[in-house]
Design a protein around this ligand. Structure first.
Ligand SMILES: *[C@@H]1O[C@H](CO)[C@@H](O)[C@H](O)[C@H]1NC(C)=O
Ligand SMILES: *[C@@H]1O[C@H](CO)[C@@H](O)[C@H](O)[C@H]1NC(C)=O
Ligand SMILES: *[C@@H]1O[C@H](CO)[C@@H](O)[C@H](O)[C@H]1NC(C)=O
Ligand SMILES: *[C@@H]1O[C@H](CO)[C@@H](O)[C@H](O)[C@H]1NC(C)=O
Length: 474
């Protein structure tokens, strides 16, 4: 993760006055949202909305039925851009070996802690939990696309083109090396772009129908021109027309699209997902709110330290888990246990604006509480309903400046939400679970028309290619 703290330029601490007005407006907005949620208002940008365009080479018939929106071609890259990186898995990160996490096609080793046994009770969920790491995302998406029913081996029939370069792994191995230069961190990226630019289907569209998936946050690929942290892949002119699906996007870059962090849940069938949804909905939730994370003592006035204080003050109303030393990945069942017992979970920014914990929270069926708009609303528009009318359906936003400046407690704000509303929000979150997880299903997918994160990704990419076609076919 990026070891840097950057102030959020979009959110200056300049919104103090008129608290009463803001609270009043927020209250009525919440009422309206809940009203809309009860009516089941559809959300425009939400996953599952119809793919508007008819491709030139519709992939109808045969194996790829159900892919009327178009087919995806997956490039067969020279192994130096992906497979070779997997084989040096013990050298990719400084703190720990990534090998166990890259096993099982990137899902990681199967989880089998004693605490997990209760999750495994429904027979449909056996083999659905792993110890997954966000850095394996590139591998996870690649494998899933290779076996996807909408994949075609014939580029002539494809609408979208996936470039399975593991850019996060490539830059990751140089991020902490004291002797690594800027050129070291960019070398693989430069080589990839020169390979890609020579491909006939790239030349045809100048890359506008191409996409890539990245398992590290934006800052790791956007080194400032003055030097410093990270590689510069996402700033390279050669990548300008390629869509980047990334776990944390740059809100000012229209070529970045946010995709979910991988959680540890990788169901195989729609029945498995439904069993989990049922379980998550029916769990008793004695705790009002929970927080999994570690305070960053190095950061002055760290917001997370303040949340931990609030949590302690709330006594039994709050549960906290210290994620130091990779505990929340290695023993993810502890996180799930915590969130399964809570109605809300707090999602402050950490080293960066986004956190995997948001997805752990929602998969556990708890309602996320956000403090920065960039933590979700400006990230995952393909996956969660966003826009002012929809965010309140599934999340609570608390202005962190108000929290700091006034005598407002998180317990006070969350405790004041009527139980019926909490139930409604939790139901909405649980409905969204399938779209947020990377399934371990094969060619047939989860089945029953249920879409996982990669299905949503393909739909979104096909819509985007249709929209962008004018950029290269004037
Ligand atoms: C089970 O959870 C408890 C805390 O709830 C923890 O102390 C214990 O180490 C966990 N056991 C395993 C095997 O992970
Ligand atoms: C950096 O140092 C390591 C040993 O600490 C060495 O293996 C590696 O080759 C060096 N890299 C460069 C680019 O000099
Ligand atoms: C991006 O697309 C434009 C045309 O829309 C083209 O002129 C330009 O060369 C392309 N850039 C790259 C890196 O392919
Ligand atoms: C803050 O509110 C609590 C009750 O909600 C009250 O006991 C306390 O005195 C207040 N503190 C200040 C500084 O107003």
């Amino acid at each position: 993760m990026a070891a840097m703290y950057r102030p959020d330029p979009a959110n200056p601490a300049a919104r103090r006055p008129r608290l009463a007005v803001i609270l009043l407006v927020a209250f009525f907005a919440l009422q309206l949202l809940v009203f809309l949620a009860f009516r089941g208002a559809p959300s425009p940008g939400a996953p599952g909305s119809a793919v508007a365009h008819v491709p030139e080479s519709p992939g109808r018939g045969g194996d790829d039925s159900g892919c009327a929106g178009g087919l995806v071609y997956v490039y067969d890259l020279p192994p130096v851009f992906n497979e070779d990186l997997l084989s040096m898995c013990d050298k990719l990160a400084p703190q720990y070996s990534l090998c166990p996490y890259l096993a099982n096609d990137g899902l990681g080793f199967p989880a089998k802690g004693a605490n997990l046994s209760e999750f495994l009770l429904p027979a449909e969920l056996v083999g659905s939990w792993y110890s997954s790491d966000q850095f394996a995302l590139e591998h996870i998406v690649h494998r899933r696309l290779l076996s996807h029913r909408c994949r075609t081996a014939d580029p002539g029939r494809a609408t979208a083109f996936f470039v399975p370069f593991y850019a996060g792994l490539a830059v990751g191995r140089h991020l902490w090396a004291a002797n690594a230069t800027d050129a070291d961190r960019d070398r693989d990226c430069v080589a990839l772009l020169s390979w890609l630019h020579a491909q006939p289907y790239y030349k045809r569209s100048h890359g506008w129908d191409h996409f890539i998936a990245l398992g590290r946050i934006r800052g790791d690929f956007r080194r400032s021109p003055d030097g410093g942290w990270g590689g510069s892949f996402l700033l390279m002119p050669g990548l300008a027309n390629t869509t980047r699906l990334v776990i944390e996007r740059d809100p000012w870059d229209a070529m970045d699209v946010g995709i979910p962090y991988p959680t540890s849940f990788h169901p195989r069938t729609a029945a498995g997902v439904r069993a989990w949804q049922q379980y998550a909905l029916s769990r008793p939730r004695p705790t009002l709110f929970a927080f999994a994370g570690a305070p960053r003592s190095a950061i002055k006035g760290d917001f997370r330290a303040l949340l931990l204080e609030e949590c302690q003050a709330a006594g039994e109303g709050c549960g906290a888990l210290d994620c130091g030393e990779g505990k929340c990945i290695k023993q993810n069942e502890l996180v799930m246990q915590l969130f399964l017992g809570a109605r809300f979970c707090l999602q402050p920014r950490g080293d960066s604006f986004t956190r995997r914990s948001l997805f752990d929270c929602m998969v556990a069926g708890a309602v996320p509480v956000l403090f920065w708009r960039r933590s979700a609303y400006r990230q995952y528009g393909w996956y969660v309903p966003v826009g002012n009318d929809h965010e309140g359906e599934w999340s609570v936003f608390i202005d962190r400046d108000e929290l700091r400046a006034r005598n407002v407690s998180i317990r006070g704000v969350l405790g004041a939400i009527p139980e019926a509303k909490v139930q409604q929000m939790r139901k909405r979150v649980v409905e969204m679970i399938p779209n947020l997880v990377y399934s371990a299903a094969g060619k047939e997918g989860l089945g029953d028309g249920m879409k996982d994160a990669v299905d949503v990704m393909i739909d979104g990419m096909l819509r985007r290619v249709a929209e962008q076609r004018r950029s290269w076919r004037l």
